[in-house]
Design a protein around this ligand. Structure first.
Ligand code: CIR
Length: 277
């Protein structure tokens, strides 16, 4: 196991895998997206615009050389475009989630065949726990799980059991009140750097990491993703994009107005992984 002398925290051998991915899975938005869950109703998303933004997002993922598997729309599940919440994909294996939103539970069975084809070791979250992928941030050192309205202690315990033997520490943290998911407010930028809102970082959950704060008033910019050489950010947050570029990241922005009406951002729209073997 390597060790970073500054941070005094062990670095695991799968250090590169949290930043480099050969694959992503997305699902095109369906016409039923207008019925998607939302904390505050700011109007129904426009399907055409959502489709265009989604296509741009897939193009950005593909531009890094990754294989992007685009799944078809699912009318029966209005939030199915937010595939991140259905699984946690690690180099060692994958775990199917158990969403806390009842209307989203059925999305997991729709995702399972695609993952089963790539992961010999596909595990599940045991009932009665609930956990959604948006509450999980995997770094080189650990898996952070934010408790939220969608993710409960039983879900975290079930995840801890599911990943047993894969060499990760699972750490429970809090999602800020009234925030949908832990990763609504943060993103991994590299092996030791996290992009975060101040309200989340102030909880102290990132002690030992370098933190870049999103600009005040640009909190929604925190739901970004590091995908291979790119940091993909929602468009419309110029101060944060500039800070990231100044810090040396290769930033690409993608329109997110329609997903944002359903509390979604860049991380929610894909599963990102390198399958074993
Ligand atoms: C929901 O409320 O479940 C969806 N409207 C948004 C899910 C966003 N997913 C994510 O942050 N990982």
């Amino acid at each position: 196991m390597g060790r970073d002398p500054n941070l005094q925290i062990p670095i695991r051998p799968h250090v590169r895998s949290v930043l480099r991915f050969t694959h992503a899975i997305t699902r095109r938005p369906s016409a039923s997206i207008t019925q998607g869950l939302r904390a505050v109703d700011t109007g129904a998303p426009n399907l055409d615009r959502f489709l265009q933004d989604h296509a741009d997002y897939v193009t950005a993922l593909r531009s890094t050389g990754a294989v992007v598997i685009e799944l078809p729309p699912l009318d029966a599940f209005p939030d199915a475009v937010f595939v991140e919440d259905t699984a946690l994909c690690l180099p060692e294996g994958a775990v199917l989630m158990r969403p806390g939103a009842p209307s989203r539970l059925g999305e997991v069975a729709e995702m399972a065949p695609s993952l089963r084809a790539l992961y010999p070791d596909l595990r599940e979250i045991a009932a009665p726990g609930h956990i959604e992928g948006g509450d999980i941030l995997t770094t080189e050192r650990e898996i952070l799980v934010g408790l939220s309205a969608r993710t409960d202690a039983a879900g975290v315990a079930a995840l801890t059991d599911a990943v047993a033997g894969w060499g990760y520490d699972v750490r429970v943290v809090e999602t800020p009140p009234d925030i949908l998911h832990f990763k609504t407010d943060c993103a991994l930028l590299d092996g030791e750097t996290i992009l975060s809102t101040k309200r989340l970082a102030d909880s102290g959950c990132f002690t030992g990491y370098r933190v870049i704060h999103v600009a005040d008033g640009e909190e929604a910019a925190a739901n970004a993703i590091r995908f291979n050489d790119l940091v993909i950010c929602p468009a419309g947050f110029p101060k944060t994009a500039e800070a990231l570029m100044k810090a040396g990241y290769d930033v690409v922005t993608v329109g997110n107005t329609e997903a944002a009406k359903l509390d979604g951002g860049m991380s929610c729209l894909s599963l990102r992984f390198t399958p074993p073997g």
